[in-house]
Design a protein around this ligand. Structure first.
Ligand code: AMP
Ligand code: MG
Length: 499
């Protein structure tokens, strides 16, 4: 190994992080350039070496006192060019003409060792021209929730923003109660949203619209450069990716909570983790966001809402394509969704082949889960060990149902289906364990980490959860209690838009 290689393995220092700020190079109408607001006496709360590796940052840098200063925005790295981006969006179905990064600063795009660029975005780093009535801050509670969820989703194989660090401060922040401020550094190839297009469409700034579409193509969909009708192709591809991401949400039982068009990524990745939730007891109508009175963003409505949001994007892109192309693109959503959802569900059930009767088998199970309010994650994990021999009772599974006779009837059908394709118990269990996570970020797990952080300044639970959830499909025997049913007190937890 020569010296050059050694330096690369060790990673760069903070000051050596390379920036290429392509978004900052867009015209002035796209953003406001400004530095973050100072945060008093910042300290490091959480650091994620996996995300640091993406930008080639040496993990030992987290031990420097400058690290907290940098990732709360008090100290700017050379080459960064901080800005807040403009966007609009449909919030709960209503168009809001101007939103924008009201509490987020894009520091710049850090270039990784593989030359990929990553937005380094500080969330909670103070007011911007888009803050409206907000204070520009985020509270420690919500940064912990977002930090953990994005890493958990990534590890589940679901496209997501990533989390680099949380920096805290004792600065009081007023929400329902007084809490303390924190800044989350999140990373993504881009934070452009559907709402970034909508703002220019509704203001009739069609030149900006075209510039944005061309920018997204050249930096994030390079395969579409030079194709016939590139903007229609872009829309089609965004729809495909969004459908796939939401199909995976459904398969794993993830509820986003605030699927407004400003929270929908142009890359089809999961962004903006607020009042999200993973299903505990199965309820197709589950609404995870306490502020969502009408249940607009209920679990079973997510695919339909995604398509509705994509229709908003398509409308915003109309000046760039024919109505027919836009309609065709949006109408493709359902088959895009099915193309991802059907194999994801087959994998969860351990079915190697496709059969006509399968939709009936799945429907039957979901009805049982609903009627018995069976725990979604635990059911599928236990299903991995289904014993398909004729006299097996599968009591571990059976015990998850109040109506055990109904389960027995379903299990008989499932057994027959497995027999029909000559399924082998051991092989099936192995592949199913890669489709059915053992560990998901249930609300009460995040809540425990939040309480320890807020009440005892003990941040170890955050790191314990991050490490646990980075391997959600693996048996981790010493962490068995994290795979159990939610405790009784979890039922009274309420998560809302307050963040
Ligand atoms: P969200 O519901 O978190 O996606 O935020 C919707 C909009 O409100 C975005 O434009 C945010 O930047 C803005 N926003 C949310 N919270 C605050 C805050 N505390 N201060 C300023 N702007 C905020
Ligand atoms: Mg948002």
């Amino acid at each position: 190994m020569n010296a050059g290689e050694r330096i690369q393995t060790a990673g760069s220092t903070l000051e050596e992080v390379r920036f290429q700020n392509t978004f900052a190079g867009l015209p002035a109408g796209f953003h406001s350039k400004l530095a973050p607001q100072a945060l008093p006496e910042p300290y490091l709360v959480a650091f994620n070496p996996d995300a640091a590796a993406l930008i080639g940052l040496d993990p030992r840098e987290a031990q420097r006192p400058e690290f907290a200063e940098v990732f709360c925005g008090n100290r700017l790295l050379p080459g960064s060019d901080p800005l807040a981006a403009i966007y609009a969006g449909h919030q709960f179905g209503v168009y809001v003409p101007q939103l924008g990064d009201g509490r987020a600063h894009l520091l710049g795009e850090a270039v990784g060792p593989d030359e990929r660029r990553w937005d380094l975005q500080l969330k909670g780093a103070g007011r911007t021209p888009y803050s409206r009535m907000g204070d520009g801050r985020a509270v420690l509670r919500s940064t912990i929730r977002e930090y953990l969820a994005s890493e958990a989703m990534h590890a589940l194989g679901i496209p997501s923003t990533r989390s680099l660090a949380i920096v805290g401060s004792d600065k009081p922040v007023m929400r329902e109660n007084v809490e303390t401020a924190a800044v989350l550094t999140r990373m993504a190839p881009s934070h452009v949203r559907f709402g970034s297009f909508e703002v220019f469409y509704h203001r009739r700034q069609y030149e900006h619209l075209r510039t944005l579409a061309d920018y997204v193509i050249s930096h994030h969909y390079p395969g579409l450069t030079g194709v016939e009708k590139p903007h229609a192709a872009l829309l089609r591809e965004v729809i495909r990716r969004t459908a796939r991401t939401v199909a995976r949400w459904q398969a794993v039982g993830f509820c986003h909570g605030v699927m407004n068009t400003d929270n929908m990524s142009i890359l089809g990745i999961t962004i903006d983790y607020g009042p999200y939730g993973f299903l505990d007891a199965f309820d197709a109508n589950h609404v995870c966001n306490h502020s969502d009175d009408g249940g607009r963003y209920a679990y079973n409505r997510q695919p339909g809402i995604a398509q509705w949001n994509l229709a908003c994007l398509a409308q915003a892109m109309l000046p760039l394509m024919t109505e027919e192309d836009a309609m065709d693109a949006v109408n493709g959503f359902e088959s895009d969704f099915e193309e991802e959802y059907a194999p994801a569900m087959r994998a969860k059930f351990g079915l190697a082949t496709v059969r006509e009767e399968d939709s009936e088998l799945l429907r039957g199970l979901f009805q049982l889960l609903q009627e018995n309010r069976t725990d979604y994650t635990i059911f599928f994990r236990r299903l991995c060990d289904f014993d398909a021999s004729p006299d097996a009772t599968n009591h571990e599974l059976r015990d998850l149902f109040l109506n055990r006779e109904a389960f027995d009837r379903w299990a008989a059908e499932y057994r027959a289906r497995l027999m029909a394709e000559g399924s082998d118990d051991r092989q099936r269990a192995e592949s199913m364990r890669r489709a059915n996570p053992k560990y998901v970020l249930r609300n009460h797990l995040a809540e425990t980490a939040i309480r320890r952080a807020n009440e005892e300044r003990d941040y170890t639970e955050i790191e314990r959860l991050r490490a646990l959830l980075s391997r959600p499909f693996d048996e981790q025997p010493e962490m068995e209690s994290y795979a159990g049913f939610p405790p009784d007190w979890a039922g009274s937890l309420e998560v809302s838009c307050s963040s």
